[in-house]
Design a protein around this ligand. Structure first.
Ligand code: ADP
Length: 300
């Protein structure tokens, strides 16, 4: 029996990709896609040739997060062409294949696996410095397949995204164990939604009147602060939105011998950038989340 032709084809495709990074999370909704998107924007801004592959098949949010909603994939004789945000940032997602973006993708394992295989085999990325892979949450059959397929030419490792909550951290342990089982290096853990950035500037303040109505007093509050204690406007508060009394990802990372890459606060401006498909590193300043993300990326 000769070598699996699919694996050979994948290895050929991946031979022009220098670095492959898998972004994982134990749960959905922790910011894995947001991190994958912003990591790709950041690498592209550093003039690297970047590919972002979204294989979160049941919840593909990457097209929206890169401002590519409604775009379609084109086929050339070299394979499927990614959709380009910029000349050095190409994106491939199952989201581009859905006729209606509101349609849920309800596929069983084998079909998901074959699409992942096809993505790795048939997408013409050309030369890439980095391929960032936004994986589905959890540790499923698909994950084993991805690692198997990509391993043909080596994977640099995985970044695990979590929130500070215990329930999410417990799942990080599972992700780390999974990586160890399949021989995938853990590049580190990112604690996302860790604290809330500057609520004074980002929040709306509502006063409940005696008759129970809400009155917007935001301008009054900001004016008050500006006059009496302007230095407060530059203070970053760390409101612990989630209970992180267990020590969060830092402690867990230490306990498991994995690198703690850093914390990204819950930042409405980052959320807005993601909604609008923008990089948080340019244009409107993303409060404290952009520098936090930058620090993490520099550590990689
Ligand atoms: P996942 O890929 O883990 O399912 P997403 O990246 O889709 O999670 O994030 C879920 C939602 O939370 C998105 O609307 C995203 O914009 C928002 N979000 C993620 N991280 C942050 C953050 N640090 N601050 C504010 N909003 C965030």
């Amino acid at each position: 029996k000769g070598p699996d032709p699919d694996l050979v084809a994948i290895a050929e495709r991946m031979a022009t990709v220098k670095h492959k990074i898998l972004v994982l999370s134990g749960k959905g909704g922790v910011g894995k896609s947001t991190f994958s998107a912003q990591l790709s924007f950041a690498l592209a801004a550093m003039d690297f040739q970047v590919g972002l592959l979204d294989i979160d098949i049941c919840g593909p949010s990457i097209p929206k997060m890169l401002g590519l909603e409604g775009q379609e994939i084109h086929q050339s004789n070299l394979g499927w062409s990614p959709v380009y945000v910029e000349s050095n940032l190409g994106v491939m997602s199952v989201g581009f294949m859905l006729e209606n973006p509101d349609d849920p993708v309800v596929w069983r394992g084998p079909r998901k696996n074959s699409l992942i295989k096809q993505f790795l085999k048939d997408v013409y990325w050309s030369e890439l410095d980095f391929l960032v892979v936004d994986a589905p949450p959890g540790t499923s059959d698909e994950h084993i397949s991805i690692v198997q397929y990509l391993n043909a030419t080596g994977i640099d490792g995985a970044i695990i995204v979590t929130t500070p909550q215990q329930v999410s951290l417990i799942d990080v342990r599972k992700e780390v164990s999974f990586c160890r089982k399949v021989g995938l290096q853990v590049l580190g853990v990112v604690e996302n939604m860790s604290g809330l950035s500057n609520p004074l500037m980002d929040s709306k303040f509502l006063k409940i009147t005696e008759t129970g109505e809400e009155k917007d007093v935001t301008d009054w509050v900001r004016e008050y602060v500006r006059e009496r204690a302007p230095e407060l406007l530059n203070v970053i508060t760390q409101t612990e939105v989630f209970d992180s009394s267990g020590g969060g990802a830092l402690k867990m990372g230490r306990g498991m011998g994995v690198t703690f890459l850093g914390k990204v606060p819950l930042d409405p401006k980052l959320c807005k950038a993601a909604e609008e498909g923008r990089s948080c590193f340019i244009g409107e300043n993303c409060g404290v989340s952009a520098p936090a993300l930058k620090k993490i990326i520099e550590k990689l």
